[in-house]
Design a protein around this ligand. Sequence first.
Ligand code: DAU
Length: 333
Amino acid sequence: MKILLTGGAGFMGSNMIHYLLKTYADVEVVNFDNLTYAGNLENLRDVESDPRYSFIKGDIANAQDVERAVQGVDLIINYAAETHVDRSIMNPRSFVDTNIIGVFTLLEAVRKFNIPKMVQISTDEVYGAVLEGESEERDPFEPRSPYAASKASADLLCHSYAITFGTPVVVTHSCNFYGPHQFPEKMIPLFLCNLMEGKSVPVYGDGQQIREWIFTEDHCRAIDVIAQKGNIGEAYNIGTGYRVPNMEITKKLLALTSRDESLIEYVKDRAGHDRRYALSSQKLRNELGWKPLVNFDEGLERTVEWFKANEVWIGRCRSGAYQDYYDKQYSNR
Ligand code: DAU
């Protein structure tokens, strides 16, 4: 099977490439990535010489780039996205370009080249803040940030293409991911890197906002089962049920890095900050037989160990220096 995995140089995409190459001997994975600030080919250094892996630099919003890459592909998994809520508040435009026009461009290519299946990776944020209970797949979308609105728009496009054209697309709505290789702008890796350096951590507002967390490996297994068995035109929530206030995670990170609470710095809240997300993942569990295997504390310990062992990677991410890696490895090809 030949898989086009877009956004494969990012945190989740690169974890999925490792998962696929480890799990399936006969898989061929084409990593299609535009190498924006969060894309880092060093995440894939250990598989670069694997004959089952290849890389194409390209933009999902560019039809020529996409059409060059989709030929002969059996499955597209779209991880390519602008994902950081704070950046969407500062610069919404790139979120519209990549997250909406990019998905539209992929859907058109699926139609034109009769690609058998596409999996669109989306988020629980499309449902908006859920103060009580859990979001189900059929709940209405109420996105409250430009990021969430861009993902919701793309999900609606996928839904409409499945109905109107019979386009074989499945959408996933996941809770917050964490794990090795996560770019240090999201809460867990940012706080961890700051604490490792003895710096304070910027807690937004009162720190009592609730998020649901999934370890990257469990998310990879969910995408695998959805790619194989998920019904065309449908959506699947991916959640663990592990929901805690940000302050609880902050305190766990303080303990794992042997720091004290003097490093907690309460800062101005994020504009439009969603108070709570919570997903029902019964559909995925009951219909497709998935369940998470890594509990939060184990996943967090593994994440902390990885970051502690990869200070050079952190330094390069934070300085942007890993972009030189692309120039050295690929620019002459
Ligand atoms: O819910 C799934 C989503 O999770 C994904 O779709 C998004 O791509 C991903 O960015 C993430 O969104 P969040 O806004 O929940 O993640 P983030 O790590 O930015 O923030 C997690 C919580 O921590 C949130 O309540 C805001 C808070 N926070 C975040 C940062 C970066 C802080 O208190 N301080 C910070 O510096």
